[in-house]
Ligand binder design. Structure first.
Ligand code: CA
Length: 427
């Protein structure tokens, strides 16, 4: 832990980008137009390639320094904690400098103003898997379809997931076109038309670190060494397309038209002060099978991040209302932990590769102010929400902008803010 006051950057920590956070990004270097890796500190981005070229990272391993010249975080993620932790310590040292004016002056030459940069996808995932780890979400959605039997028999035994698609992953800020698709009407033949039930999903993404070889499962004890970091994810969903197509093989075109990622990856190590026990299983729930269970996972496998959804419509923007918050929920309520997701995903020998994206699935709580998608919030569109300016929404309309936010506060009062994940529906 570092004392925030000891950084020579005055804004460090004021915006949740402190010395203890140091989130990673990929940005366009304005003069050259090439993509660089950076670290956020206060209102600045530290250009890691530039820093290395100034000789300030020479004590790090050659493969670590080479990874900092890449256009995304995949190579760095692949090196594992043996590279991540020395890099993190070195950056914290440079940004504190302990009264060394030379180090401070040299490091400052690699700083750029955060607000003036354009950001890219921080990673280039080779695979994207979307889980269903919130039991509240699974119960609420299940109830819409099966009021008597919302949770299927497998839910409490394994972390349910499906394989998503990487080709339509986009960085925060990218406009989201409304998909067309086939929908089953109440009667008559199905129609092909623009989706009328467009929704967002509030999720936390895990960026995979080294990963595993084919046929070599990652045990639950090692699972967290394979998590490079986290970012916010919006898994945009077309509920009408989804409802018609999803049986028997699961989500397809109702999900893969766009998925937005936050541009900042919070290092796994930075989440240490916000670790909590895995959510307690209610009496009568089965114990996880041995490969999904460990004492460290029960005691510290959870994360207490506060996630939020904010919505601003075109009319609200015109009238200057500003966005409204639709949801606030903690990740501590997830039924399955990140380590369990990784242990289960690889339990059959499936490979995870550096930079892969695993998402938690919609994060919801059990109260009406903690529902992570409109499907739950409006009970399938039956009860539209009221908005300022006399508007209402059952699902998203053209011009609606959805922003996911995340933050955490430690018992010691430290604040960490995840990079936003925003997207606007364009038609
Ligand atoms: Ca999802």
């Amino acid at each position: 832990m570092h004392d925030h006051a000891s950084s020579w950057i005055p804004s460090a920590g004021h915006n949740g980008f402190s010395l203890d956070h140091l989130p990673y990004c990929a940005f366009l270097r304005p003069e050259t137009g090439d993509t660089r890796l950076g670290v956020g500190i206060g209102e600045y981005v530290l250009d890691l390639r530039d820093l290395n070229e100034r000789g300030l990272l020479s004590e790090l391993s050659a493969d670590t320094r080479a990874a900092l010249h890449a256009p995304n975080l995949n190579s760095l993620a692949g090196l594992g904690p043996r590279a991540w932790l020395p890099l993190r310590r070195r950056l914290q040292y440079l940004l504190t400098a302990q009264g060394n004016g030379l180090i401070e002056r040299e490091t400052a030459k690699s700083l750029l103003s955060m607000g003036e940069l354009r950001y890219q996808m921080p990673v280039s995932p080779g695979d994207y898997t979307d889980f269903y780890a919130s039991i509240h979400h699974a119960t609420h959605v299940g109830r819409l379809f099966r009021p008597q039997n919302p949770l299927l028999a497998n839910y409490k035994y394994l972390p349910i997931a499906y394989h998503g698609r990487c080709s339509t992953l986009v960085p925060s800020g990218t406009p989201v076109p409304r998909p067309q698709g086939q929908m089953g009407p109440a009667e008559g033949p199905p129609q092909f038309a623009p989706s009328r039930r467009l929704d967002y999903e509030l999720e936390l993404g895990l960026i995979v670190g080294p990963g595993n070889d084919l046929g070599q499962p990652i045990g639950i004890a090692e699972a967290e060494a394979h998590i490079f970091g986290v970012c916010l994810v919006n898994d945009w969903s077309a509920r009408d397309i989804q409802a018609w197509e999803y049986q028997p093989l699961g989500p397809f075109l109702g999900k893969n038209f766009a998925t937005s990622l936050g541009c900042w990856v919070t290092p796994w190590a930075a989440l240490e002060p916000y670790r909590v026990a895995a959510a307690a299983r209610p009496p009568g729930d089965p114990k996880p099978l041995p490969y999904l269970d460990s004492r460290p996972n029960r005691e510290r496998g959870g994360l207490d991040l506060q996630l939020e959804v904010w919505l601003e419509t075109e009319k609200m923007r015109r009238q200057g209302h500003g966005p409204v918050r639709l949801c606030a929920v903690s990740t501590r309520e997830l039924y399955w932990t990140p380590a369990q997701m990784i242990a289960h995903h690889t339990s059959n020998g499936c490979r995870l590769r550096p930079g892969d994206l695993l998402a938690t699935g919609t994060v919801s709580g059990d109260t009406s102010d903690a529902l992570g998608c409109l499907l739950e919030l409006t009970q399938g569109g039956q009860n539209p929400i009221r908005l300022p300016g006399d508007e209402s929404r059952a699902f998203l309309e053209a011009g609606d902008e959805v922003t996911l936010r995340g933050s955490a506060r430690s018992p010691a009062g430290e604040m960490l803010v995840l990079g936003d994940c925003a997207g606007r529906i364009v038609n």
